[in-house]
Write a protein that binds this ligand. Structure first.
Ligand code: DX5
Ligand code: ZN
Length: 217
């Protein structure tokens, strides 16, 4: 089954508790948390204290996307705050295998993400060790950007490699997912869809999630 992971980045930050409750009630599967440090990406979002505060208000798995330099310094902090899945960027990790192993040792699922300009071939050595691959379909840093069309073919290639090397892992897509792009990315092999602006920026959280769910069944 395809999972919907609304990204809090486009939510009303003054009303996170209620916005999360609305998403959970509408059938969201995971909650996608975008962590930005102003270095790896040109934007700053939020960190472990916010995650910790939200943890007691929802049962949704916290799908935590680290768009930060030196993620190794913060793995324990995100685990302590309540992250369930921790995804790091290939481009931000010098010793990616060590980082992935440490995330799993802490008891979390480990994901690896690649930027639009990074080839899927970069993932071939790490693929057997990860629980999730996240294909960025926009340049990370901001919500509400336009889906980069070549991402669909990239997803197809990634899905093929996953099928050969480790069929049980998740293939997640992040950036520009809405009612016009969801069907194609699922057809290409994605099984987790992140949607920020489409879910939280349109004014009706429940309706947006219901539409995405209808499209991806
Ligand atoms: C982008 C983030 C995304 C973002 C997606 O840097 O990683 O998760 O919130 O937002 P939309 O769905 O608005 O493109
Ligand atoms: Zn994200």
């Amino acid at each position: 089954m395809v999972k919907i992971a609304p990204s809090l980045l486009s939510a009303d930050f003054a009303d996170l508790k209620n916005q999360i409750a609305a998403a959970e009630h509408a059938g969201a599967d995971w909650l996608h948390l975008d962590i930005m440090d102003g270095h790896f990406v040109p934007n700053i979002s939020f960190g472990p204290p916010v995650i910790k505060a939200l943890r007691k208000h929802t049962k949704l798995p916290f799908d935590t996307h680290l768009m930060i330099e030196n993620p190794d310094r913060y793995l324990e902090a995100f685990h302590a705050a309540g992250a369930d899945i921790l995804t790091v960027h290939y481009e931000a990790c010098t010793h990616l295998h060590r980082t992935i192993s440490r995330i799993q040792e802490l008891g979390m699922k480990a994901g690896v993400s690649i930027n639009p300009a990074t080839s899927v071939t970069a993932l071939s050595e790490i693929m057997p060790y990860v629980d999730l691959v996240l294909i960025m379909s926009v340049n990370p840093g901001f919500g509400g950007q336009k889906f980069i069309p070549t991402s669909t073919e990239k997803l197809r290639q990634t899905a093929d490699i996953i099928k050969q090397k480790k069929p049980e892992i998740h293939l997640e897509v992040d950036g520009g997912i809405d009612d016009t792009t969801a069907a194609a990315v699922v057809k290409a092999g994605a099984n987790v869809l992140v949607a920020g602006n489409y879910v939280f920026g349109q004014g009706n959280i429940a309706e947006s999630i219901a539409t995405l769910k209808r499209i991806v069944v």
